[in-house]
Design a protein around this ligand. Structure first.
Ligand code: SAM
Length: 236
């Protein structure tokens, strides 16, 4: 996907309800160049060419803006890696983003990127999600995660972070619908409820994407999250 196609696909498919600033696309190109350059030093993402990067890392990261309004909301991207989807979302929306990952070298990279591109609405944090939960329960309007863990595990890690009335958005590929079946019991036990589920396709490769919203309707019992090993071995 070249830059012109990225811009037109975003205008037609994602930002059709709201305006966006063309300058955002300069920042997105800088983000791509910085990430690909850093990739040569330490492995940040498996995607190494510009055309694939624009579609799989930029366009894909922006898809939630088609359905959810992050304006002036608190949003945490858990397991953000090199900053995806959090950095593209922060460039193109006015939400306040926390980008969390357990790997310090990735968070250090995000710190240098936000300095370089001057992204003001991002706070990078090195932590494990389940440990960050302790001091940050019910702190966020939105939690978002892409490629971090299966849904039945993710919900226990992230629902404690949401305010009541807030939403968790899980960004999934084609198997997303099967993951919902396996997570139904956990969602209920944690005070959640399935919200909207949207199927979409990337413009060039036509790969399927599923966005799953879990709404928090009740407080999550303080006994969650359990230790990570327990969550993984015995999902709720
Ligand atoms: N979200 C990014 C993306 O889509 O490009 C990165 C995905 S990468 C496959 C998964 C990331 O989740 C890794 O950077 C890993 O360090 C982080 N991660 C996995 N489990 C975590 C946990 N319990 N707490 C914090 N980070 C975690």
């Amino acid at each position: 996907m070249n830059r012109d196609l990225l811009v037109s696909a975003c205008k037609e498919n994602i930002f059709y309800k709201t305006s966006f600033i063309n300058n955002d696309f300069d920042k997105l190109e800088k983000l791509m160049n910085l990430t690909l350059a850093a990739n040569e030093k330490f492995n940040l993402t498996a995607i190494k060419d510009e055309d694939s990067f624009r579609e799989l890392m930029i366009y894909d990261s922006l898809l939630p803006l088609k359905y959810f309004d992050f304006s002036n909301k608190t949003v945490i991207d858990v397991g953000t890696g090199a900053g995806f989807p959090g950095l593209p979302l922060a460039i193109c929306s006015s939400g306040n983003f926390t980008l969390l990952d357990s790997t310090n070298k990735k968070i250090k990279h995000i710190c240098s990127v936000i300095d370089e591109i001057s992204i003001k609405n991002v706070k990078p944090v090195t932590a494990r999600i389940e440990e960050f939960d302790n001091d940050n329960r019910e702190s966020f309007d939105f939690v978002i995660a892409r490629a971090v863990a299966p849904l039945n595990i993710l919900v226990e890690l992230v629902l404690p972070l949401l305010k009541i009335g807030g939403s968790f958005i899980a960004m999934k590929g084609a198997i997303g619908l099967e993951e919902i079946e396996l997570a139904n019991d956990a969602i209920k036990k944690l005070g959640g409820k399935l919200g909207i589920v949207k199927t979409d396709y990337l413009p060039e490769s036509k790969e399927k994407r599923i966005l799953i919203e879990i709404k928090k309707i009740k407080a999550t019992n303080k006994k969650y999250p359990r230790q990570y090993g327990e969550i993984k071995n015995k999902p709720l």
